[in-house]
Design a protein around this ligand. Structure first.
Ligand code: BDP
Length: 705
């Protein structure tokens, strides 16, 4: 009893930040601030928000939440707003409005300090909402607002989450519970979580959401579901978020009773037009369709001998009168095409560049295979100057250890965005394709495959909230730096204490490379277990599709391993600019991180370090394991800086990760060791079990498929 009282007393004395925190509040913790500058407290004492309506109420509510969290005080909304004034530019007096000379567009904002009065201004209420979130972020981060202040204008127009959520609430490649859309209760019940979801998205500038799986169910386009989608759209609208739906190409047959879905058939065209009109009756600002066609068994224009452009255009024509768009995925490949899977999307799409309607944007995954821990950028970027292309990143960690493996993905996204396509000479980075500047695209967009589910903390791993956050930041500004993103996220989510921030930042920034090391270093790819992709499976071979097996990609034998994509074999390299063909095709100049992606090499190939390939590979795996173990130690040292709940949760996941990193190392090295016939180099631990043991691991009911 005595001990219990002591424990309760100790808990009561813990600072607020160290008490139980289930992570639901994400990066919007609004935790207490000590040592605030005067202006930071002042803004809540005399604040004015012009206008009315739902978005304005959200802005006011956000101010109230923040002032209570930061300072345990109520916000005073006044007529004068002498300390804080949030108003459209058109509502400001000329002397203040003229301070903001840049064109803020539809979503940009300007925050500045005018003699002690903080002004947040924009051309629209959504701009004001973004500006408010930014102001509150500045305060939590203890960062100033100068006289000139902060001007932010998104560099990408459509910043969309893609939910691979099914109507039965399972989530394809989702590891954080079930789908947050409770279709059964919709439309009558709007869960608070929908609003919190929209708020979190708005706080990082996400302005669209495709709520259903790309492996689409045509039923979502029937009135029964449209009514439900409408309810979600109504809930999201005040947060500046538009709803998109995935369209199954065969819908005219499945739910329309037509005999064909041929895009050139007039009846089919009319069906899509009528369907679009019906959707817009429910959702007047419906964003448009997202389509996966002719890929992994999905129906598409190929079924009728038509091109991807002919397929996309029929949907585009249907939504055009209402201002809608079509995001048409380039993830098109087939086991019946004899070519390297790497080359297929390029071969399919480049010849039809310029053939799409102007409200179509082609959605391209960051790499040519499939969201591997590391891929060179997709060769389509830069190769379609006449057709807007958008980036598709995967936030959910299908190939990166699922939810328990800490992998901060901003460095991976940043690496791709910074790569130079060379299409218009040096300096033609992928980011410039995406922001439209390289080819003068009229439409720009980015998609992120969501990692969100019903888990209380939304994303499974507390640290994977950072990937949702990072995606939003990079969609707003693809030139944003990972380090900045990590720093802000840590401070907003946990604390600004440098004793916590610095080691955690290091851990996050190194985590992607760590995962690459213990899974697929040196350009190795697609060697995960079959189907669910959980854990190693370099032995995966046979079955219905070669391009879904590991042996297709690693080609290991006594002679060596790797995928020869030079002229000698698949020549996928020819799809890149000559500068890259030269650089990546040459063993002297290819970055070692892409070595086995482009080359098949003998086990004793000399690496830059002086090691032979086999030894170097083994050392990479060991390095990954060492770092994963180190993370457990680092986190344990931070125990006093973080609340109990999140501390324990993260700790147990880090331990799982360290164990599974070892599982990866042992299984993969045993498997390739059969071919290399070489001992493990010094410094690499011997595997715990034999190869057979690892090959027989069979996890049941792995989530996400
Ligand atoms: C792969 C996934 C599969 C998705 C597909 C896609 O394994 O579940 O349906 O991508 O992007 O990564 O369409």
């Amino acid at each position: 009893m005595y001990r219990l009282i002591n424990l309760l007393l100790a808990l009561a004395l813990l600072p607020l930040t160290l008490q139980a925190n289930d992570g639901y509040k994400l990066w919007l913790q609004y935790y207490p601030i000590e040592n605030a500058e005067d202006w930071m407290t002042d803004v809540f004492t005399d604040a004015k928000v012009n206008g009315s309506g739902e978005t304005i109420s959200i802005i006011k509510n956000e101010l109230e939440l923040a002032s209570e969290g930061f300072f345990n005080k109520k916000t005073s909304f006044t007529e004068s707003g002498s300390k804080l004034w949030i108003a459209l530019k058109s509502e400001l007096p000329a002397n203040l409005a003229s301070r903001s000379t840049e064109d803020l567009g539809e979503e940009g904002y300007h925050i500045f300090n005018a003699n002690g009065q903080v002004i947040v201004t924009a051309n629209t209420q959504f701009g004001l909402l973004y500006g408010t979130f930014r102001l509150l972020q500045q305060i939590q981060l203890l960062e100033p607002i100068s006289e000139h202040g902060i001007v932010e204008i998104p560099k990408i127009q459509k910043r969309v989450l893609n939910h691979w959520d099914n109507l039965n609430r399972t989530v394809e490649r989702g590891y954080s519970g079930f789908s947050i859309w409770n279709w059964h209760r919709l439309p009558r019940h709007i869960d608070q979580q929908y609003l919190d979801y929209a708020r979190a998205n708005a706080s990082v500038g996400i302005n669209g959401t495709a709520i259903t799986n790309v492996n689409a169910n045509a039923l979502v386009l029937t009135p029964y579901y449209l009514e439900k989608a409408q309810a979600l759209a109504n809930a999201f609208r005040p947060y500046g978020i538009k709803v998109y739906l995935t369209a199954r190409f065969s819908s005219p047959m499945e739910i329309g009773g037509l005999k064909t879905a041929d895009p050139l058939d007039p009846e089919v065209q009319q069906w899509w037009k009528d369907k679009a009109k019906e959707i817009y009756d429910y959702i007047p600002d419906f964003g448009g369709f997202l389509v996966k066609a002719d890929s992994e068994g999905q129906p598409g224009p190929h079924n009728y001998g038509r091109t991807q452009a002919e397929g996309a255009n029929v949907l585009a024509d249907a939504v055009k009168p209402f201002g809608g768009i079509v995001m048409w995925r380039a993830f098109v490949y087939s086991e019946h095409t004899p070519d390297d899977r790497h080359k297929q999307a390029y071969n399919e799409f480049v010849p039809i560049d310029g053939k799409f309607r102007d409200n179509v944007i082609v959605q391209v995954k960051n790499g040519a295979i499939d969201f591997q821990p590391r891929e060179p950028f997709h060769p389509l970027f830069g190769a379609m100057p006449e057709t807007p292309l958008m980036m598709e990143f995967q936030i959910t960690q299908e190939y990166l250890g699922h939810d328990t493996h800490l992998a901060f993905l901003a460095p991976m996204y940043e690496e791709v965005l910074k790569e130079d396509t060379y299409v218009n000479g040096e300096g033609s980075e992928v980011a410039k394709v995406i922001d439209g500047s390289l080819h003068d695209y009229s439409m720009t967009a980015m998609a992120g495959v969501a990692n969100i589910g019903t888990d209380r903390n939304w994303t499974g791993h507390h640290f994977h909230q950072a990937n949702w956050y990072a995606y939003g930041k990079l969609a707003w500004n693809p030139y944003e730096r990972s380090e900045r993103i990590a720093l802000d996220w840590i401070k907003l989510t946990f604390t600004s204490d440098p004793d916590f921030v610095n080691p955690v930042k290091e851990m996050m920034l190194r985590s992607h490379e760590m995962v690459v090391n213990y899974m697929t270093p040196l350009g190795i790819h697609h060697i995960m277990a079959r189907s669910h992709h959980y854990g190693p499976g370099p032995w995966v071979t046979g079955g219905e599709r070669a391009d879904w097996t590991s042996t297709y990609y690693h080609n290991a034998s006594e002679k060596g391993m790797g995928f020869d994509r030079t002229r000698a074999r698949s020549n996928a390299l020819e799809q890149y600019a000559p500068e890259l063909q030269e650089k990546w095709g040459n063993l002297e100049t290819v970055p070692e991180k892409f070595l086995l992606w482009f080359h098949h090499l003998p086990w004793d190939h000399q690496m830059k370090s002086g090691n032979i390939l086999w030894d170097e590979m083994a050392l990479h795996y060991q390095k990954g394991v060492d770092e994963a173990r180190q993370n457990v130690k680092t986190w344990k040292k931070l125990e006093n800086h973080v609340d109990r709940y999140r501390y324990e949760h993260v700790l147990s996941f880090l331990k799982i990760q360290a164990e599974e990193a070892q599982w990866w190392r042992d299984a993969v090295l045993l498997y390739f060791g059969q071919f290399s016939n070489r001992p493990l180099p010094e410094g690499v631990e011997s595997p715990e079990h034999d190869l057979e043991y690892y090959m027989n691991i069979n996890h049941k009911f792995v989530p996400g498929i």
